[in-house]
Design a protein around this ligand. Sequence first.
Ligand SMILES: NC(=O)c1ccc[n+]([C@@H]2O[C@H](COP(=O)([O-])OP(=O)(O)OC[C@H]3O[C@@H](n4cnc5c(N)ncnc54)[C@H](OP(=O)(O)O)[C@@H]3O)[C@@H](O)[C@H]2O)c1
Length: 386
Amino acid sequence: MEAILTTKIPLSLSSSSSNAPSLSLSSLSILSKTTRKLTSQSNSIVYKNTQHYPCVRISAMSQTAPASAEISTIPTEMKAWVYEEYGGVDVLKIDSNVKVPELKDDQVLIKVAAAALNPVDFKRRLGKFKASDSPLPTVPGYDVAGVVVKVGSEVKELKVGDEVYGDIHEKALDGPKQSGSLAEYTAVEEKLLALKPKNLDFAQAAGLPLAVETAYEGLEKAGFSSGKSILVLGGAGGVGSLVIQLAKQVFGASRVAATASTGKIEFLKSLGVDLAIDYTKEKFEDLPEKFDVVYDAVGEGERNVKAVKEGGSVVVLTGAVTPPGFRFVVTSNGEVLKKLNPYLESGKVKSLIDPKGPFPFDKVDEAFTYLETNRATGKVVIHPIP
Ligand SMILES: NC(=O)c1ccc[n+]([C@@H]2O[C@H](COP(=O)([O-])OP(=O)(O)OC[C@H]3O[C@@H](n4cnc5c(N)ncnc54)[C@H](OP(=O)(O)O)[C@@H]3O)[C@@H](O)[C@H]2O)c1
């Protein structure tokens, strides 16, 4: 049993924002090569998109003058990126005749406005999680931001027209859905979603869920709390840049140190890092200073435990684990996004979009090639989606 949209929903059409938290231009060494117009205003990046959508008109912003938009029909087929076999970027293809996913009772159907890539997407595509993966063919994509166009019968709070975001796969590696977010539509359990923060556009919102939930879950599992110090390995990446911000702004860290290469040291400082370590010049484990928590988003193996205080915790996201380090795999949870909403809406915690993007939908393969260089700053975002 599903309720299907028949009403008009308020959506805005502009996609630029002057009050949304933005990546500081001065803090970045990477220059955008995107074909879209990118202008610098008041030390922030403004993306200007003029694309209109065939069925649903969705803008990147929600608080500009609302206009009415009408969704007349939800098609049975959609455009999506698909792979039918495991492999490199070349197995990815755009398919215009992918079935729009059917809704389960606890799910909503989202018209996707923006998505983001995560390393798990390409690791999964490479077949690293074959044993616990859903069957091929696969529509990749974990992170989504978009508009609810249909709700299942057990959906309690969300309604048609809501602007939502989230990580659509509850368990990142254990039976992720066959139909992901790199598509025009995606079906997601209500509990994995939250309303999009009002100050963020869809592209900014899409850049958050998996990375911010990983950052938060790791900090909680490490017992991080006010007054503690932390060393973040991989501070400029999607997860690391959020660990820095959450540690400082949400958990009340007394001191935050982080590693990155030379060109990203200023970027780390712009996030409020107290000690930015250039890993091309210094070995973090040789520093006399030790930390209550080391959060390793790089996979530094036994080096990470050499930087922790006795009795401290070492969170390891990838690679080998040396005691007392521990590894976990993120669980998608809309409640975490709801909890963080005040920090996001106040701009204390920012969504950081790599300035090589956002990549338009037809450039998803290029976006993956870039992410797979392991050099992304913040998040690789896909926007607009047709
Ligand atoms: N277990 C989980 O639940 C979970 C969840 C999310 C992510 N992960 C894993 O965590 C890792 C990080 O994810 P992500 O999304 O943050 O990746 P990402 O955004 O692609 O990370 C790229 C960043 O890593 C930095 N980096 C690379 N080598 C480094 C080094 N030796 N020292 C310091 N920084 C380095 C790069 O900075 P430079 O250019 O300056 O080197 C770049 O900014 C991935 O392996 C991912 O699969 C695991």
